[in-house]
Design a protein around this ligand. Structure first.
Ligand code: ADP
Ligand code: ASP
Ligand code: MG
Length: 442
């Protein structure tokens, strides 16, 4: 049995928490490979070490030398080593790191030093080898993970009973440090799990798993004990950000489950994320809806033209306009004579929306275009929806009873997901109404 364990920023935030992590790891001999994040927030309003390091890089660029931000990051590490009573030469490590940052002058290198130092400290605490991600996590020319890294990881870990690997970064073929996008240690953990063909990828964080809905909108929503990769992908793409939305790809290839667990309540059941086929095969009585997630600030461009379905290249011409403006779209629900483009409003500021509308009108000569701005999208996700009769009737009745006007509906072809667009101002009310309908049931 091999478990790969990733510990997030809160779990590594101070000496006391890092001790907890060491306890969790030593309690189970299968927890062999650890991937660690940089220290995160200790309390609300605190600053993550990674953010301090981004600020340190800005200071270096502006003033030509490291300043206050680096000093704050360094103080976090000094304090951690002190709290752990660890025999570790933190001054030497910090001096060397500062010199490296000044020499490299790269933002990604600077940001990566949080995980690098945390990894070294964790390895010293556990008395196990430290594996520098620069030697094993390889990025290709496009800045994406290069699968050759799987072999490098396997070779580096061969014969090691336990090891600590720094999260968030790796290096390209020339040895230059590259980082993933924010929250990327989840990806590092998934890659290591895939490389060693772990039995489970444990992702330790500060909540007891995935909740059925954003806890900032619904008080104490029920937890999700089991969820499929596909449901998770839909929910995390729509803003339920417990796990980096790309973290499932490496483990999915090898059918490795992800177990979300809480460092501060290790006995809680957490959430088990399972390969879809296995989830469906093992699911007993399934809830109709597994989870609800959403995001604000989309724009709907509604295009109407009689007989558009018979016009060859209609969609193609619209896509061409989007490509020309370098805009990606989220959804494309269509009827016989209508089509809607759902676009993140960020792409459309500073007059771009008007230009896009004009170009679409020129390209396809529609009968009418309507624009709804300030739209929020809410995704209602669950394999159970396809199995229960009347799910959409319940969903829309609940929304109507809350007095909310629906701007757009898109039922994904998978029957796994219904997406509803409402005004930004109605977002929270709608999420609560949908939650009440599907989760306050027995
Ligand atoms: P880590 O630093 O361990 O990687 P993150 O902050 O990235 O942790 O992710 C955990 C956080 O995700 C939780 O503290 C919680 O605020 C947030 N979160 C967002 N949506 C959900 C949800 N549906 N269920 C649980 N937590 C959620
Ligand atoms: N430390 C990095 C960040 O804050 C990566 C991570 O925590 O996963 O984004
Ligand atoms: Mg995270």
């Amino acid at each position: 049995m091999i478990k790969v364990c990733k510990f997030g920023g809160t779990s590594m935030a101070d000496g006391i928490n890092i001790r907890r992590v060491a306890d969790i790891v030593s309690r189970d001999g299968a927890r062999r490979y650890l991937v660690v994040s940089a220290p995160g927030k200790r309390y609300s309003g605190d600053v993550k070490v990674t953010d301090l390091l981004y600020a340190a890089h800005r200071e270096l660029m502006e003033k030509g030398a490291l300043g206050e931000a680096f000093a704050k990051a360094a103080a976090r590490f000094r304090r951690i080593v002190d709290e752990l009573h660890l025999d570790f030469d933190i001054e030497a490590a910090l001096n060397e790191t500062a010199a490296d940052i000044v020499r490299e002058r790269s933002e990604e290198f600077t940001a990566s030093r949080g995980e690098y130092l945390t990894g070294r400290i964790m390895a010293a605490l556990l008395g196990v080898p430290f594996v520098d991600a620069k030697d094993v996590i390889r990025f290709d020319g496009d800045g994406r993970f290069d699968p050759v890294g799987y072999t490098l990881i396997r070779e580096a870990l061969k014969g090691k009973r336990r090891a600590v690997i720094a999260g968030f970064y790796g290096a390209d073929g020339d040895g230059k440090i590259k980082t993933f996008s924010r929250g990327g240690s989840d990806l590092s953990g998934a890659i290591v799990a895939r490389a060693v063909l772990a039995d489970v990828y444990e992702n330790w964080t500060d909540v007891s798993g995935f909740l059925s809905c954003d806890p900032h909108i619904v008080r104490a929503p029920v937890g999700i004990p089991r969820i499929s990769y596909r449901e998770l992908r839909e929910l995390s793409y729509m803003g339920a950000n417990v796990l980096h939305s790309e973290a499932i790809f490496p483990v999915r290839e090898a059918d490795i489950p992800i177990h979300i667990l809480n460092t501060f309540r290790p006995e809680d059941e957490g959430t088990m994320i399972l390969p879809t086929a296995r989830y469906l095969a093992e699911a007993g009585r399934m809830r109709t809806v597994t989870g609800i997630a959403g995001k604000k600030n989309f724009t709907v461009i509604n295009i109407e033209k009689s007989l558009m379905n018979t016009e060859i290249g209609f969609t193609y011409k619209i896509m061409e306009v989007l490509v020309r403006h370098n805009i990606s779209f989220e959804h494309l629900p269509s009827g016989i004579d209508t089509m809607s483009l759902i676009i993140d409003s960020e792409f459309l500021s500073h007059g771009v929306l008007e230009e896009v509308r004009r170009d679409i009108e020129k390209a396809v000569l529609p009968d009418r275009t309507n624009i709804y701005s300030d739209v929020a999208l809410i995704a209602v996700v669950g394999h159970g929806m396809a199995k229960s009769v009347g799910t959409s009737a319940r969903l829309f009745a609940a929304i109507a009873n809350a007095g909310v006007n629906v701007r757009m509906i898109d039922q994904g072809s998978s029957e796994l997901n219904i997406i509803v667009g409402v005004d930004n101002g109605d977002y929270e009310r709608t999420v609560r109404a949908v939650y009440e309908e599907f989760f306050r049931e027995t």
